[in-house]
Design a binder for this molecule. Structure first.
Ligand code: SF4
Ligand code: SF4
Ligand code: SF4
Length: 312
């Protein structure tokens, strides 16, 4: 059995056992941090230009990945170890209209920076962590042992594994927090020409999302551009919003929130409970321990470390 298949089997078994376990609704709900930073993605403002994808690759030193379809919109079609952010296209019918169920829409996928992240709670070596001030979820690649627990635990299927690497690690969007030190913001937001990807304090983004839901569809309004704190705006037509904010409550809330004219499930976003997934994550971890799966994975991790040290 190939190492890749072995690890896939391990993770799959863990999921099968864990999904049958109930979510621990009694767990205390964690509040959003006062200084939490995040992104408001508004699909109704998104023109599918993919500038954010290019900016993301540039800011994170990721290579070009050829697409697997001939459609321009789908290059590449999924997140991977070399693609941290993707714009996908939804097509629901014959209509050429944007932001309606039988027409089309775009949707952006990357890490949601959960308020109570399951990936952090399940990581056995604390390679993933949540910044106590900004709430951004980052990972320490030196600490990661490649066990992929975070992949199993993430309700949004975000962390990706470097299958192609001799020493694979997990990768995911870190909100470009390495740019914050240079007083810069997330590259996808700084480069987005329409304000569809908007950076800022989550409290401000949430208020802005709620304001948009009150706007009159069909009229025109000013929408903040790049960073909500700068006051820069663009004037655009107001779409008929689906009256929900994705990420307001899903799995205890997320710091990346979304608006759309099309229902979120049709855009491929999972329907999730309001309770955090950390209870599920812990169940997965206990399952792995109980089924002696952890030692197997730990062995793989250990073998990896030994191999790496031998090489060095
Ligand atoms: S979306 Fe997934 S990877 Fe991102 S913080 Fe939440 S659990 Fe972690
Ligand atoms: S915040 Fe940075 S890493 Fe995350 S999707 Fe945007 S550009 Fe990519
Ligand atoms: S840069 Fe902005 S408008 Fe263009 S695809 Fe990305 S989110 Fe949409």
């Amino acid at each position: 059995m190939k190492r890749r298949d072995f690890l896939k089997g391990v993770a799959g078994g863990a999921v099968l056992t864990a999904v049958s376990s109930p979510i621990d609704a009694s767990a205390e709900k964690k509040p959003r941090l006062d200084n939490a930073l995040g992104i408001l993605y508004d699909a109704t403002l998104c023109i599918g230009c993919q500038v954010c994808m290019v900016a993301c690759k540039k800011a994170n030193d990721m290579p070009y990945v050829p697409g697997d379809t001939l459609e321009t919109w789908e290059k590449p079609s999924e997140l991977s170890s070399n693609t941290l952010n993707i714009i996908k296209k939804y097509e629901g019918g014959e209509s050429q209209e944007k932001d309606v169920e039988d027409g089309f829409s775009f949707v952006k996928r990357h890490c949601m920076h959960c308020v109570d992240p399951a990936c952090v709670s399940v990581c056995p070596v604390s390679a993933l962590s949540k910044d106590p001030d900004t709430g951004v979820v980052t990972y320490n690649e030196k600490a990661c042992i490649g066990c992929r627990y975070c992949q199993v635990a993430c309700p949004f299927n975000i962390p990706k594994f470097q299958w192609e690497s001799a020493f694979p690690k997990i990768v995911k969007c870190q909100l470009c927090s390495h740019l914050f030190k240079k007083n810069e913001i997330s590259a996808c937001c700084s480069q987005c020409p329409t304000g569809a990807s908007l950076f800022g304090p989550v409290n401000d983004l949430m208020a802005e999302a709620k304001r948009r839901l009150q706007l009159q569809a069909g009229g025109y309004a000013d929408f903040p551009l790049s960073d909500i704190r700068t006051g820069k705006t663009v004037n655009a037509r107001v779409a008929a919003y689906n009256k929900e904010i994705y990420g307001e409550s899903e799995v205890g809330g997320t710091q990346v929130i979304m608006l759309s004219g099309v229902s979120f499930t049709k855009l491929g976003l999972p329907e999730l409970p309001d309770e955090s997934y950390t209870g599920v994550a812990e169940t997965i971890q206990h399952t792995l321990y109980k089924g002696l799966i952890l030692p197997a994975v730990a062995f793989a991790g250990l073998a990896y470390v030994i191999k790496k040290n031998t090489k060095e």
